[in-house]
Design a protein around this ligand. Structure first.
Ligand code: FMN
Length: 196
């Protein structure tokens, strides 16, 4: 298997997160990874989230019975060596689009109260975050903690984080930050290098 990295960009169309995610993904590609960059906000069913029907836990198969594009996305995840969540901080947490993907991961888990199994067990993960505030006032610490619980839940490996604070909330203002491209390129290279 080659180096396959899935980037899930959860910000708005052409927004800050998307601007940075594009550079990171391109750099990872130039460093030998096969990359896929998707916009979570464009997926059919993204706003629905997980409805908690628990049908995924009553079936022997992994997957989500909602059968939409978010369900298709989670089923694709095992094919990748690394999953990179690219997210803006909204009200001190993941935004809706990020949660719309993350909550559906229930479909990729079987847990009977004792035994846990998942095709995502041991997966590599990484995080790209943008926020309007900074390290101390944005809420990035809460988001980061939630992400780390997620990685631990899958007995995964955290492969790195890139954080852009003080992002202008206007459309993709981060693209005008002179330091963004070099930081994003370096991060993309680092991610690709972490897959053998
Ligand atoms: C509804 C909303 C809530 C936000 N909440 C926060 C927040 O809690 N902390 C923060 O630092 N920035 C917050 N921001 C600013 C965004 O995190 C920041 O502008 C981010 O880069 C937007 O990413 P995007 O352009 O990819 O959508 C918020 C923006 C919006 C629209």
């Amino acid at each position: 298997m080659g180096k396959r990295i899935l980037f899930i960009s959860c910000g708005k169309r052409n927004g800050n997160t998307w601007q940075a995610a594009q550079v990171v993904a391109r750099s990872a590609g130039n460093s030998g990874a096969e990359t896929m960059l998707i916009e979570a906000g464009r997926l059919e069913g993204i706003g629905r989230g997980c409805i908690g029907c628990m049908k995924c836990q009553k079936s022997a198969e992994f997957g989500c019975v909602l059968g939409d594009e978010v369900a298709e996305l989670i089923m694709e995840m095992p094919k990748y060596d690394m999953i990179v969540f690219c997210v803006p901080v909204y009200f001190f947490s993941f935004n809706t689009q990020a949660k719309g993907v993350i909550d559906r991961l229930m479909g990729m888990v079987k847990y009977d109260g004792e035994k846990f199994s998942s095709p995502l067990e041991g997966k590599r993960f990484a995080l790209l975050v943008t926020s309007g505030g900074n390290e101390s006032d944005s809420g990035v610490k809460a988001l980061r903690m939630s992400y780390r619980y997620l990685v631990d839940y899958f007995s995964g490996k955290h492969c790195g984080e890139l954080y852009f604070a003080d992002c202008d909330a206007q459309d993709g203002g981060l693209k005008n930050d002179i330091d963004m491209p070099s930081q994003a390129r370096q991060f993309g290279k680092l991610l690709a290098e972490q897959i053998g």
